[in-house]
Ligand binder design. Structure first.
Ligand code: OOG
Ligand code: MG
Length: 266
């Protein structure tokens, strides 16, 4: 499919821009942000994201959930982008935590701790509240997301990051799936790299309450005709700034109530 959409002064070719991102991921090479030579609206950035996901589906992957990005001040400050965004995770991104990540598959991976929701009911905005999210959640668990922006030095605008499916690459889940506590805001998280504590946070770091972040995605995706489906996982966004994943590293997150989750790199 090829579509040209007028955006500001630029005719934007959604398909060509999506192909740049797919090619970068396939070749494990970083590229200049799309905003370097194209003026993109947020809506067109989401259209590029859909096209990237369509390519993954054509290659046999399927969407298994959603993800929030830039939902904490720690992430927004680190990435110099002030708004949250949403994206989707596919079957190819769920990584078995017992298998080391093969770094040759990635460009410049970083890891961030996240609270992950497992949905039992559909969430379709508008009007979804944090309470609706908790009612629609069967369990929550600990997660580590391995992000890998296709852009040089992880430098991007909101539109760039949206188009790049929010830097998604891989994620791992902990083993403990618990009933969602009524209040996730006080859930504590300690992030360690090779046994050394590097950051701490509470659930409130993410939009005041990670359930609020999931509600935001249901409402924002709802405006574009999307919804969060029963059975999906939803990564509610990095609680802390992400840390680089290097050869030999073991990165762990310990959460109150959710247990711990680790990822190793070879
Ligand atoms: C964008 C993706 C952000 C999160 O949890 O905030 C994200 C990035 O930081 O590269 O996944
Ligand atoms: Mg993330």
């Amino acid at each position: 499919m090829s579509s040209n959409l007028q955006d500001g002064t630029t005719a934007v070719n959604i398909h060509d821009l999506a192909s740049r991102l797919i090619a970068a991921e396939d070749a494990r090479t970083d590229i200049l942000p799309l905003s370097y030579d194209v003026e993109l609206s947020v809506d067109n950035a989401y259209r590029i994201q859909s096209e990237v996901l369509l390519t993954k589906e054509e290659r046999g992957e399927h969407i298994i959930g959603g993800k929030l990005g830039l939902t904490s001040r720690a992430k927004q400050i680190d990435m110099n982008v002030d708004n949250p965004l949403y994206a989707f995770v596919t079957s190819g991104m769920l990584h078995d935590a017992t298998t080391p990540v093969n770094l040759s598959r990635l460009i410049h991976p970083r890891v961030e701790p996240e609270i992950v929701f497992v949905l039992k009911e559909e969430l379709s905005g508008p009007g979804i509240t944090a309470g609706d999210v908790l009612d629609a959640t069967s369990s929550v668990c600990a997660g580590l997301e391995i992000i890998d922006s296709r852009y040089q030095a992880f430098k991007f605008t909101l539109q760039d990051a949206v188009a790049d499916n929010a830097s998604s690459a891989l994620f791992v889940l902990g083993n403990e799936f618990v009933d969602p506590p009524k209040d996730l805001s006080l859930l504590g998280c300690v992030l360690e790299v090779n046994g050394k504590q590097v950051a701490t946070a509470a659930g409130a770091a993410v939009c005041g309450d990670p359930a609020q972040a999931v509600a935001w995605m249901a409402n924002a995706a709802g405006q574009r005709g999307g919804s969060l489906k029963p059975g999906w996982l939803v990564l509610s966004g990095g609680l802390t700034a992400a840390v680089p994943l290097r050869s030999g590293d073991c990165i762990s997150a310990d959460f109150s109530r959710l247990g711990s989750v680790s990822v190793r790199a070879q």
